[in-house]
Design a binder for this molecule. Structure first.
Ligand code: AMP
Ligand code: FE
Ligand code: FE
Ligand code: ZN
Length: 289
């Protein structure tokens, strides 16, 4: 059983449609993937239908953008009820804020001598997709300003860039609560990826989220070097968290390969068990009519 629990599609900033993602995963010899687009469930139905065609299990998920002390944190929410009002509203608010923020970044870039039209950026956002910085990168590539998304991030789009603009995102403790109340399980994505000159989040924040109902932590990930992955594994075990491994595949938008890192079948089983328990807790009692 080969399981990759963190993959993006054109429902956000991946370059494969949900059906292409599933087809590519089957071709890569994977048995199960999770579709985890940024702040949306928009790719679920297409991915599930493709999963049936290709004999591949698709775990529904989303990578929820969060923010604490101006720092961006990503939380994977799996097996949530896509109709849950509070979660749906929080994701819609984040997506709206992302659109406004992309326009603000385009204005800053133009003021800084990198003229790019907002309409040109929008042309790279697939219909219904969650807009993100990679779509600005795609417009810059199309305009011949840079060769790759990577180069656009390295030069102008990274978090410390003068052109960077924040967007609304829920606090991670609130997001954990939203995921649990939506009958799902929450896994902290790539906690120790390097950003802003530091090595990821502090252990104290992970401890706080574990106490708030976090279920798991991503250890094996392309943005974790071996010490970072080990740190996540050790911390996860100490806090009683499930430990996952994933590729964070983005199609041609990033260098990660599908199945580059994988999750143990026992861990996925536990995620299902704990999500089922969360669903039972939120269900109205059987005798309430
Ligand atoms: P945003 O969601 O708009 O804040 O943009 C963050 C997204 O940009 C991440 O989810 C990654 O998919 C992508 N990203 C970050 N750094 C790079 C990079 N160096 N090359 C390509 N994509 C990147
Ligand atoms: Fe992304
Ligand atoms: Fe992420
Ligand atoms: Zn991701």
């Amino acid at each position: 059983m080969r399981i990759d629990l963190h993959c993006h599609s054109t429902a956000s900033d991946g370059t494969d449609s949900p059906a292409e993602l599933v087809k590519a995963a089957a071709a890569a010899g994977l048995d199960t993937i999770a579709i985890t687009d940024h702040d949306t469930f928009a790719g679920w139905a297409e991915a599930a239908a493709a999963g049936v065609r290709h004999g591949l299990t698709v775990v529904p998920g989303a990578e929820i953008s969060c923010e604490r002390d101006s720092r961006s944190i990503h939380l994977l929410g799996y097996l949530v009820d896509p109709q849950d009002g509070a979660l749906v509203a929080a994701l819609a608010r984040a997506r709206d804020a992302r659109a406004t923020r992309l326009e603000a970044m385009v204005e800053r870039l133009a003021a800084g001598g990198i003229p790019i039209a907002y309409a040109a950026v929008l042309a790279h956002v697939p219909p219904g997709a969650t807009p993100g910085r990679p779509h600005i990168a795609d417009a810059l590539v199309a305009a011949g300003r840079v060769a790759t998304r990577d180069e656009a991030f390295a030069r102008w789009l990274h978090d410390d860039s003068p052109y960077y603009v924040r967007h609304y995102a829920p606090d991670p403790a609130l997001a954990v609560q939203l995921v649990r109340q939506a009958g799902g399980v929450a896994v902290l994505a790539h906690p120790f990826a390097r950003a802003r000159g530091t090595v990821g989040l502090g252990d104290d924040l992970v401890e706080e989220l574990a106490a708030a109902g976090l279920t798991g932590i991503e250890a094996d990930h392309p943005d974790h070097d071996p010490p970072a992955a080990n740190r996540a594994r050790v911390l996860g075990r100490r806090l009683g968290l499930l430990v996952t491994g994933s590729s964070d595949y983005h199609g041609t938008g990033k260098t990660a390969r599908l199945g580059q890192h994988t999750t143990e079948p026992e861990v996925l089983e536990q995620l299902h068990t704990l999500a089922a328990a969360a669903r039972v807790r939120r269900a109205p009692s059987a005798d309430s009519g």
